[in-house]
Design a protein around this ligand. Structure first.
Ligand code: ADP
Length: 554
């Protein structure tokens, strides 16, 4: 833009300068010489009018001569004018006797000649100026055209060159070639941009190199840890292609990582039973795997790899839980044996206590009777505990034996209330029965269902305050009968409620020392084994409702 401005300015300036020069040259000719010719012309006409029109002619001559005297511009013009003046003065004095007309005319012609020569000369000067102007302007046009032409040719390059260099640089950076630099020597905005780009690339380069080594080191460490783990770990990408297997997984699946990495998992699973099993949904139950003629148990855990809220694949961890299983089985067997073995001696203690009470054997004093009652109470509690432990071992070994038969719901409620009547009396708790009349028969194991209801009632009484009320409901719910036990005791805090059916779980903060935390867990197993459902609702400080549903007999 600056260049174009300069072109216009110089061209215009030069043009104006020469036009002015030419016009001043022409003005000079007009002012200095042409007008003198006019005066001479008028003087000659005045001479021709003599002697007839004398006064008028003399006045005309006088006037033009005075004007000419005021316009002397050329060398020699002064002398000729003086001569004209001298001769004219002579003429004025004596017109009839004036003899020097020829001389006067020559003097006037002399003025004319001098001016005409000057006109020719000045015209030549003007012509020279014009041709110089043409020459200079043409030269300038040619030079400027050449400059403009080369500028036009190279202009796109000037603009696009740096842009191209910059865009190539950006592409290289996008391809992670952080060693790329742009070499622009310009000092304009492009130069600044290139310098900023180079600085950025330098920083990225530094960052890449400092981090890469760190990341490689960390990766190696994590790989080593994963490989050393006893759990079998297998990773998949989001398109279910196998990413990696650790050494435990290689052994377990009988596959080599380098052979299957990157392959579509379901394809490999076609020929690998174990992989097929673990790829299937579910997997809450431990997997039984027979390897090296040994039965092993694995629990499956599926972890999703999330990057920025999108799932980038997943990892399956197979944890070897065989040692835990073995210990658990040993515990269950031990529990079953001990509780079974304890039953007989406890019974015999109970029998002995009953015999002692017999008056035929001998009278007991009050203190002895109290001791005996406490002995019986403890023996009963021991029996309950051993009973629960036996039930649990049955459940854990998957050996719940059900004796299903058609039973009237009222019978179960009646049996349960009978069983806990003494305990309720002891705690002065009133039990209210709210059984709908005409309930249909249900298909259940009477013993176990009564056991569950007894357990719920025992809890309800246990956690009610002395003199409280416990209600037993029996009502129809769709195609089943719902039994509920409601108490107005201390209730259960919401945060503990979901755990009450867990094995050995006791709500924290309870004051009772008795209880194994097994009752509700066994109840749940018994009800579910019969195809029913059990649930708990409670408000802390207001009481609880435990209920279970069992299907009608068909
Ligand atoms: P336990 O044999 O110790 O009573 P349960 O499995 O029967 O074990 O009960 C688990 C826990 O649930 C108990 O420790 C008790 O804290 C709580 N619980 C059960 N029933 C009630 C109830 N009706 N009111 C308040 N808490 C209860």
């Amino acid at each position: 833009m600056l260049f174009l401005f300069l072109v216009i300015l110089s061209f215009g300036g030069l043009g104006i300068f020469y036009i002015n020069r030419l016009s001043s040259d022409a003005g000079m000719i007009l002012k200095d010489n042409h007008i003198s010719l006019e005066y001479c012309n008028h003087m000659l006409k005045a001479l021709d009018a003599l002697p007839d029109d004398r006064n008028k002619a003399l006045a005309l001559f006088e006037k033009n001569l005075e004007l000419e005297e005021g316009n002397i511009t050329e060398p020699g013009e002064q002398e000729a004018t003086w001569e004209t003046r001298t001769l004219f003065e002579q003429l004025k004095k004596d017109i009839p006797g004036f003899q020097n007309y020829r001389q006067l005319r020559r003097a006037i012609y002399q003025i004319e000649d001098v001016n005409q020569i000057a006109i020719v000369h000045k015209n030549q000067v003007a012509l020279n100026t014009a041709s110089r102007a043409t020459l200079y302007l043409t030269a300038i046009v040619v030079i400027l055209s050449i400059v403009a032409f080369t500028f036009v040719l190279s202009f796109p390059g000037i603009i696009s060159g740096p842009i191209k260099a910059l865009s190539e640089g950006i592409k290289e950076i996008a391809n992670k070639n952080y060693s790329k630099r742009i070499d622009l020597k310009q000092k304009d905005e492009f130069g600044e941009l290139a310098a900023a780009f180079n600085k950025m690339a330098e920083k990225l380069d530094e960052y890449e190199h400092s981090n890469l080594a760190q990341i490689k080191f960390e990766k190696g460490r994590i790989e080593a840890i994963i490989n050393k783990m006893n759990d079998a770990i297998i990773g998949f990408d989001e398109r279910r292609r196998i990413l990696f297997l650790n050494s435990s997984a290689e052994k377990l699946f009988g596959l080599a990582e380098n052979e299957i990495a990157g392959k579509y998992a379901p394809d490999i699973a076609l020929e690998n039973d174990l992989l097929r099993t673990i790829l299937q949904e579910g997997g809450k139950e431990p997997l039984k795997i027979i390897a090296n003629n040994k039965e092993s148990f694995y629990s499956k855990e599926l972890l999703e790899i999330k990057t920025d809220e999108t799932i980038g694949g997943n990892v399956i961890i197979l944890r070897n839980i065989t040692p835990f299983r073995e210990r658990d089985n040993a515990k269950t067997n031990f529990m079953a044996t001990v509780s079974h073995e304890l039953k007989t001696p406890i019974f015999s203690i109970k029998m002995s206590a009953q015999l002692l009470k017999d008056k035929r054997i001998g009278e007991l004093n009050t203190e002895q009777s109290d001791i005996l009652r406490s002995m019986e109470g403890n023996a009963d509690r021991l029996l309950t505990i051993t009973g629960e432990l036996l039930n649990l071992s049955q459940i854990e070994t998957g050996k719940i034996e059900l004796t299903l038969k058609r039973v009237r719901p009222e019978v179960i409620v009646f049996r349960a209330i009978q069983a806990i009547q003494a305990f309720a009396l002891q705690r002065k708790v009133i039990i209210r029965q709210m059984i709908e009349s005409g309930l249909p028969e249900i298909q259940v194991d009477e013993e176990k269902t009564a056991w569950v209801l007894i357990n719920l009632l025992t809890n309800a009484i246990k956690y009610s305050s002395d003199g409280g009320i416990v209600e037993v409901y029996g009502k129809k719910a769709n195609d089943s009968v719902e039994f509920s036990v409601r108490d107005y005791g201390r209730g259960i805090d919401q945060q503990y409620l979901p755990h009450v059916f867990d094995k050995y779980y006791k709500v924290p903060g309870g004051f009772e020392k008795t209880g194994t935390g097994l009752g509700l867990s066994i109840s749940k197993d018994f009800i579910e084994a019969q195809g029913g459902r059990i649930q708990a609702e409670s408000q802390f400080g207001e009481g609880s409702v435990f209920s279970f549903k069992l299907g009608f007999a068909i």
